[in-house]
Design a protein around this ligand. Structure first.
Ligand SMILES: [Zn+2]
Length: 303
């Protein structure tokens, strides 16, 4: 948003996405804490941020898997009054100030993920039922939902929910279960977010280039021998280029060449760009003139 004029046609969409991201932040950790605190007597594993591919790519916040069943937990953490409607499927939030914002329905999202994961399992000949539950990260959260059989839980209720799920004779034998686990590890693809410019239909020319000052948020810090200097507030930084380089990958995706870096950071010397790029943990491909740099967006975190 710092790199687009406020009157840009995509600006409102970015604002509402930002609100959604801010609202969702922090919730997953609440559920993580529950799984750290409780253990279950059965054989099970918990996977976080699993990116899999079935008929389409899909991502699971938290997957709890056992030889009897799988549970997909979708964590929501939003303040204000929440209303989930069925037709059209939406989540409507009214903030304390009365501001209304609309998001994708978490129930539809969860149902889609359950269907995609069931398909993923079937394709690999694992016959396991897949359950889904929505977890509200904070107990004071209030939500109104249409009549649905998807459970909506607070984190503290998750262990009891799990213990009540039917178990008997395991559906998967030990060796088959460990085979499934290794499939999940292998099936976990590197998470590659689609470029912001593609998602929000932004012309690359509309993006303002330059290094952003973290102190005053203005764009266009100037390179000097020891780092970067802001022409507006005078603040200096040694590492300000790192965020600009990350921005470039998030905005455009793919491979960065030395000239892309110079253009985006507004620097002249090829050597300077080379030095900045090699100081970051980027993947390098090709050599000399054909060298390109790639960013790994790893969010792997298995327990
Ligand atoms: Zn500044």
């Amino acid at each position: 948003m710092n790199r687009l004029p406020e009157q840009h046609v995509s600006f409102p969409a970015l604002q509402s996405k930002q609100a959604a991201v801010q609202a969702g932040f922090g919730g997953e950790q609440e559920l993580d804490k529950i799984f750290e605190r409780y253990s279950f007597s059965m054989d099970y594993r918990v996977f976080h941020d699993l990116s899999l591919f079935s008929s389409t790519p899909f991502q699971l916040d938290t997957l709890f898997i056992t030889p009897w069943y799988a549970v997909i937990f979708e964590v929501k953490n939003m303040s204000g009054e929440l209303l989930v409607t069925d037709n059209p499927p939406q989540l409507i939030r009214t903030s304390e100030t009365g501001q209304v914002s609309r998001f994708k329905s978490p129930i539809t999202q969860l149902e889609n993920n359950c269907a995609l994961f069931t398909e993923w399992l079937r394709y690999r000949d694992f016959a396991l039922p897949v359950y889904g539950a929505i977890v509200l990260a904070y107990p004071r959260q209030h939500i109104d939902v249409f009549d649905t059989n998807i459970p909506i839980l607070f984190p503290q209720a998750v262990p009891t929910f799990i213990r009540k799920l039917p178990t008997g004779v395991p559906l998967l034998k030990e060796t088959i279960f460990s085979n499934l686990l290794s499939h999940l590890h292998r099936g976990h693809r590197q998470f590659i977010p689609s470029p912001i410019c593609t998602t929000y239909s932004i012309q690359p020319e509309d993006i303002r280039t330059g290094v952003i000052c973290q102190n005053c948020n203005r764009i266009g810090m100037k390179k000097y021998t020891g780092g970067w200097r802001c022409l507006s507030c005078g603040k200096t930084s040694r590492h300000a280029h790192k965020q600009a380089i990350r921005d470039w990958f998030l905005l455009f995706g793919g491979a960065m060449r030395n000239q892309d870096c110079r253009r985006f950071l507004q620097i002249d010397r090829q050597q300077t760009a080379h030095r900045l790029l090699t100081s970051m943990p980027l993947e390098r491909k090709g050599s000399y003139r054909n060298r390109t740099y790639h960013m790994r967006f790893d969010s792997e975190k298995h327990t």
